[in-house]
Design a protein around this ligand. Structure first.
Ligand code: SF4
Length: 221
């Protein structure tokens, strides 16, 4: 598989925020989000080729700290080998989160939490039918235990998210997170109050970005 980096940190977003986790970042993403904080993982050729066995060995070096793994990207759902990687991690009794934009569906993945962040128009990443795949999103929501994370820059993004949710299978509002669009600590501080108000109005959860709060723009944290 093509890997950008493997490191141990705290989960920064969603239901498991704050949990020590091993992050396996796969390379390659067909989207080009304006505010993406992992642009170095866009190009599938940019990573190093490693076997699944090598990934497992590196993950195992953190086994004294955590049994949680986050498979992220780039877009991990487009890499060959993901099913086998998840199978082998599950055999090692890992708790598996997959971070995805929801543009692809794979059946029968060993996955404890499918963490989906549909890309709204504020991402400016190409055509809407490339960013938002209703069929894939619906299948993922029906098949897996999911959380949905929306990046919110202003109130119009909130309206777009609500309109999208109306087209999808129902999901518990507590598993829908509104996250401030923030690549830096100062952006996080600036946009958090506006997003907090939207959460209070809607019943959706406030999506913390703990890694930005703690480490600002540092990579591999
Ligand atoms: S989908 Fe994720 S990895 Fe891909 S460009 Fe957007 S933010 Fe970056």
């Amino acid at each position: 598989m093509k890997i950008s980096e493997i490191f141990c940190s705290l989960q920064g977003e969603g239901l498991l925020v704050g949990r020590p986790s091993v992050f396996v970042r796969l390379t390659g993403c067909p989207l080009r989000c304006r505010w993406c904080d992992t642009k170095y993982a866009w190009d599938s050729k940019s990573g190093r080729e490693v076997s699944i066995q090598q990934i497992l060995e590196q993950v195992d070096t953190y086994s004294n700290k955590t049994r949680s793994i986050v498979i992220t990207g780039g877009e991990p759902m487009i890499q060959d080998g993901l099913s086998e990687l998840c199978q082998r991690l599950k055999a090692d009794r890992m708790h598996i989160t997959i971070e995805t934009a929801g543009i692809e569906f794979i059946d029968r993945l060993e996955c404890d939490l499918m963490s989906i962040s549909p890309k709204l128009s504020n991402s400016q990443s190409g055509k809407s039918d490339e960013r938002i795949n209703i069929d894939s999103l619906s299948k993922l929501l029906r098949k897996y235990d999911c959380q949905l994370k929306f990046v919110i820059e202003d109130e119009s993004d909130f309206q777009v998210a609500v309109e999208l949710l109306a087209k999808l299978p129902p999901i518990d509002a507590g598993k829908v997170f509104l996250m401030p669009q923030a690549a830096t600590r100062s952006e996080l501080a600036e946009r958090s109050p506006m997003v907090a108000q939207l959460c209070l109005k809607s019943g959706f959860s406030f999506g913390q970005r703990l890694h930005v709060l703690l480490w600002d723009t540092q990579r591999g944290k």
